[in-house]
Design a protein around this ligand. Structure first.
Ligand code: ADP
Ligand code: MG
Length: 288
């Protein structure tokens, strides 16, 4: 990767040629972008700032860009290549992650072997450990925001979509209710005491639960009933149904439970999770 950042005055159109659509966000379209000089492919997020303003959405663009720039060296975080900020249309250029969302992978496969779940977990946790050490919280960790570099290699998963991310200068500096029902941590719902980076570990716990068990801990019947999901999240009300969890190692369950701890102070950190017993055990490579 030796493509240089744009020089002063150079526009996105000067440097890149756009191609096929790759995805769609709430106020953005993500398209393939080829760097003209090097012929290298990237993903460009095209954001309509005026549309955001019209619809009263919070414009977090500058934060998204600045926070991602702090995380450029981490191999498990989608790398920001460049950003072109205009008053109406903005372009953010990212490393291309052609393997698609972990979400699609889960749907296609139904469930994962413990070994696959662990491979994905190690990558996600390395990304989280790095960003938390830089005091950046993601706040929307979910399978839709985890993308694969290589579709056939689960360990190539990377954290993306830093639209809700925040740099924390002080301890417990978060108050905003944000995230996605089913994945967001109980302390975000309470908003008091104010919360910190631990909320991402709760979301990771939900993902690990989903990868191993094949259902969402706080929405086991996929009801999408937000009030019921929030009620269960607040109470830590999740069940390891024996039909789904019988063949899964006790240490995996134990790690999941430590991630889903209601109290953020009791929750396991990314660094500690990487050293958890489950990471060292011999685990099943066959489907569960
Ligand atoms: P939003 O913040 O609006 O949710 P995202 O950053 O999540 O937007 O991007 C929207 C979609 O675009 C993603 O869900 C994904 O399908 C696709 N996408 C995002 N980043 C990349 C990338 N680096 N490579 C390939 N596709 C991407
Ligand atoms: Mg997204």
């Amino acid at each position: 990767d030796n493509v240089k950042e744009a020089k002063e005055g150079e526009t996105f159109q000067d440097l890149y040629t756009t191609g096929e659509a790759l995805g769609k966000g709430s106020f953005s379209d993500v398209v393939l972008a080829t760097h003209n000089e090097s012929n290298m492919n990237f993903a460009a997020k095209v954001i309509d700032r005026e549309d955001m303003k019209r619809k009263g959405a919070k414009d977090t663009l500058e934060l998204e860009i600045n926070n991602m720039k702090l995380l450029k060296e981490c191999p498990q975080i989608c790398r920001i290549q460049d950003a072109f900020v205009g008053d109406s249309i903005c372009h953010i250029v990212f490393e291309l992650l052609p393997g698609g969302e972990l979400f699609s992978c889960i749907i296609e496969k139904g469930s994962f072997s413990e070994r696959e779940a662990r491979d994905a977990s190690i990558s996600i946790l390395n990304g989280l450990e790095f960003m938390h050490s830089k005091r950046v919280v993601h706040r929307d960790v979910k399978p839709e925001n985890l993308m694969l570099k290589d579709k056939n290699k689960i360990s190539s998963v990377k954290l993306s979509d830093f639209g809700f991310s925040k740099y924390l200068e002080n301890k417990n500096a978060c108050r905003t209710l944000c995230g996605t029902p089913g994945y967001l941590a109980p302390e975000i719902l309470e908003r008091w005491p104010a919360y910190d980076v631990e909320c991402d570990m709760f979301s990771f716990g939900v993902i690990l639960f989903l990868l191993l068990g094949g259902y969402l801990p706080f929405d086991p019947n996929s009801s999408n009933d937000t009030n019921a999901i929030f009620e269960r999240t607040r109470n830590g009300d999740h069940k390891f149904y024996p039909t789904r969890w019988n063949n899964i190692s006790p240490s995996a369950k134990e790690l999941v439970a430590q991630c889903l701890s209601i109290k953020p102070t009791k929750r396991i950190t990314a660094k500690k999770a990487l050293n958890h017993q489950w990471m060292k055990e011999k685990v099943a490579g066959n489907k569960v």
